[in-house]
Design a protein around this ligand. Structure first.
Ligand SMILES: [Mn+2]
Length: 358
């Protein structure tokens, strides 16, 4: 595996490449052209400039998170082919630039959903949190306003104001889309992009829906083992793979994370590893990465990744806001650096143990 950190680019991120370079064991970053809208074709010059900036800082651009999928593709509207053509051109240009991992998601309307961006934990740190009760009581349009007010001035991916201004229209677009239609539209999309992925050896890594169940009555399919295995089979190409995000699949306590990892051997192209602390099955908050701070056994998650021979980029995910840092919620420097060091420590121990056991 290659330890990385997500980086939003010098224009948007409070964390610098220089800082990331100084986290021991972190050799790459995962980034995106943050200024581009879903459906837009990426310019080669922009891709190369991003890559160069990262290389000049002594790091590697280990993959893209994300190339977002236009709603027309998810909905399967008549103009979807045009947007898929755009997506293919972007993949071609990424492939030509030597980039081999692309994360994306197929979540309708909302990207990840949280109900609080700064819940205080007993140690005084603040974290993202979710309660089903708050979601049930909420009007999705108002949800954006409350979230926007807490973003520390940052714009979070999937929550761009231009997109959220169209929430009503987006809901209308998805009115006739159920789980089966969403599966069919995902299949159509994948079948069309696989040839370019084969040509340039690009691993597509779908990010799970977060939380891993339907919110606001919208369909959600990338949520559990049966669905994800169905997706792998439906387009049975090794380039059709997943981002294994422990914090997203883990929102549903019925998901056995190490078992899911083992069932996806060969198809996990990217890993997000973080911990959650459950107060009840429908109230959770994001915790420090350590097993002792949350609900998941992080050793077992890392061991499963080791045992399937996972070799792609991995990153710590949302961190707590600690030591008075001001940053995009979940994406400060300090707690993610601690997370990276911890995950590297687990990996070293697992690797050495495996090498010593006959
Ligand atoms: Mn994730």
């Amino acid at each position: 595996m290659q330890m990385t950190l997500r980086w939003y680019g010098s224009k948007y991120d409070t964390v610098t490449l220089k800082q990331i370079r100084q986290i021991p064991g972190v050799t790459g970053v995962i980034s995106t052209l943050y200024g581009t809208a879903p459906g837009e074709v990426w310019e080669t010059a922009d891709i190369l400039a991003l890559k160069k900036e990262i290389q000049d800082a002594g790091l590697e651009l280990a993959g893209i998170e994300s190339v977002n999928v236009h709603d027309a593709i998810k909905v399967g509207s008549p103009d979807r082919d045009r947007y898929i053509d755009h997506y293919i051109t972007t993949l071609e240009r990424l492939g030509q630039a030597g980039i081999h991992m692309v994360c994306y998601n197929f979540m309708p309307v909302f990207d990840w959903t949280r109900t609080e961006l700064a819940r205080m934990r007993p140690d005084g740190s603040t974290v993202l949190a979710y309660t089903q009760k708050a979601v049930d009581a909420l009007d999705p349009e108002k949800m954006f306003d409350s979230i926007a007010g807490e973003m520390n001035g940052a714009v979070m991916p999937g929550w761009e104001p231009e997109r959220m201004a169209r929430v009503k229209e987006l809901f209308e677009m998805y009115r006739d889309v159920d789980d089966e239609k969403l599966f069919a539209n995902l299949k159509y999309f994948l079948e069309r992009i696989m040839p370019v992925c084969d040509k340039y050896d690009i691993n597509m890594a779908i990010h799970p829906d977060d939380p891993a169940w339907s919110v606001f009555g919208l369909p959600r399919i990338i949520i559990n083992k049966p669905n994800i295995l169905r997706m792998m089979k439906m387009v049975d190409n090794p380039h059709n793979g997943v981002t294994f995000c422990s914090g997203s699949y883990g929102t549903n306590l019925e998901n056995d994370l190490p078992d899911m990892i083992r069932s996806l051997k060969g198809r996990i192209h990217f890993a997000h590893v973080r911990n959650l602390k459950f107060n009840s099955p429908d109230d959770f908050e994001e915790a420090a990465h350590l097993s002792s701070d949350g609900t998941f056994d992080m050793y077992e998650i890392m061991r499963a990744l080791y045992e399937i021979g996972f070799s792609g980029p991995i990153r710590p995910d949302h961190g707590r806001m600690i030591w008075d840092e001001t940053a995009m919620p979940g994406y400060g420097l300090y707690d993610r650096a601690l997370g990276a060091a911890y995950l590297n420590g687990l990996w070293e121990a697992i690797e050495k143990q495996a090498q010593r056991t006959p």
